[in-house]
Design a protein around this ligand. Structure first.
Ligand code: ATP
Ligand code: MG
Length: 348
């Protein structure tokens, strides 16, 4: 059971059309934001996969595509080996029963005029028919216990504003579990929470992964938390996955120059001055996604960029184990003209 692929992205691409203004109306060229381009990966049962990248790299768009909230421009989403495309209605509900999403802001995702009992009852009924009476009470208690909100009767009749941020996010997780899903898509689930309670919520998700064999996609811009929490880590840049592999390797021996930059620019308490951790943002800017540069999208910022990088898109090159990087530095065929660089060791 554990390790089995439940949800897979195959060449998933999403371009958002942009309206043309002024003289652009005269040109025939349709314009679009290339938010996600040719992204492929598997989500496995009992396995956390992290998707890391800076703001605007396309992480949330990938999650929404996997949740079938947008139609794809191209590619396919495969659920339990079956390519699946759903629209509204019954097929969407059947899909949601298996694939649930958790958002960054639990306050926005819960309705302030309704109690926790209302939210969880609804989740149980949408997916399991009209449960009531003792069966319903048992279901509600078990959902709250699963997310460690105990004793359940203390929380059931509260309103979202009466709970702390961490407790609200636990309720949002309980609501997602009401469907008894196999996949959880968690889009920055802890980034709005106080630093002191983030770990508790991540530990809860890890515990659910182990007990319920959930496949979890964990979206974050914090690569350090990916190392701690995820089994596999993928790094996204300007709409493309540029590196992936087991989390320890990707975070400790990053191969792609962008991942190396991301790790170097993460807040590091050891580099702190006067007790304030330094946050050096990665130098340079991500490219425009309306007309992304040809070749590697990171080339304009890359210290190792060669001519080929500016003209030809690098494929994924396999490194050791399941580690891969989409970077011409790892092309063994051209290693003479472009010396292959060994992944760098970044301090533990
Ligand atoms: N509905 C939409 N219409 C047009 N453009 C969109 C839409 N949704 C996202 N985009 C664009 O797609 C790109 C990727 O956005 P996305 O929200 O997926 O990034 P992200 O990695 O989740 O960023 P963040 O870390 O800030 O949440 C951005 O350039 C964004 O402006
Ligand atoms: Mg986002």
């Amino acid at each position: 059971m554990t390790g089995e692929v439940v949800l897979a992205a195959r060449g998933v691409t999403k371009h958002f059309p942009v309206s043309r203004k002024g003289r652009q109306v005269l040109t025939r060229q349709p314009r679009a934001v290339h938010a996600v381009d040719d992204v492929s990966f598997d989500l496995r049962r009992g396995h956390v996969t992290a998707l890391v990248g800076e703001s605007g790299s396309g992480k949330s768009t990938v999650a929404r595509l996997l949740a079938q909230l947008y139609p794809l421009t191209s590619g396919e989403i495969v659920l339990n080996d079956v390519p699946t495309k759903v629209k509204r209605g019954k097929s969407f509900r059947a899909y949601c029963k298996q694939v649930q999403m958790i958002f960054q802001d639990p306050f926005a995702s819960l309705n302030p005029v309704h109690t926790i009992r209302y939210h969880l009852t609804r989740a149980l009924r949408v997916h399991n028919g009209r449960v009531k009476g003792e069966e319903l009470e048992k279901g509600l208690t078990s959902l709250l216990e699963r997310v460690n909100l105990t004793p359940p009767e203390r929380f059931l009749d509260k309103y979202p504003h009466e709970l702390s941020g961490g407790q609200r996010q636990r309720v949002a997780i309980a609501r997602a579990l009401g469907a008894d899903p196999t996949v959880l898509l968690a889009d920055e689930p802890v980034s709005m929470l106080d630093v002191s309670i983030r770990l508790g919520v991540l530990n809860l998700l890890r515990d659910l992964k182990e007990r319920l064999h959930l496949a979890i996609l964990y979206i974050t811009h914090d690569i350090a938390s990916a190392r701690y929490f995820a089994d596999t880590t993928m790094v996204m840049y300007a709409g493309q996955v540029i590196e992936g592999g087991d989390s320890e390797t990707v975070t400790q021996e990053p191969a792609h120059p962008y991942t190396q930059l991301l790790i170097r620019s993460a807040p590091d308490p050891e580099r702190a001055h006067d007790g304030v951790p330094t946050v050096t943002t990665a130098p340079g800017e991500p490219p425009s996604l309306i007309s992304p540069p040809p070749g590697c999208r990171f080339a304009p910022r890359c210290p190792y960029a060669a001519e080929k990088c500016r003209t030809e898109t690098p494929p994924k090159f396999d490194l050791v184990g399941d580690h891969y990087a989409a970077c011409w530095l790892y092309d063994s065929e051209t290693s003479d003209e472009h010396p292959r660089r060994e992944p760098v060791e970044v301090g533990a």
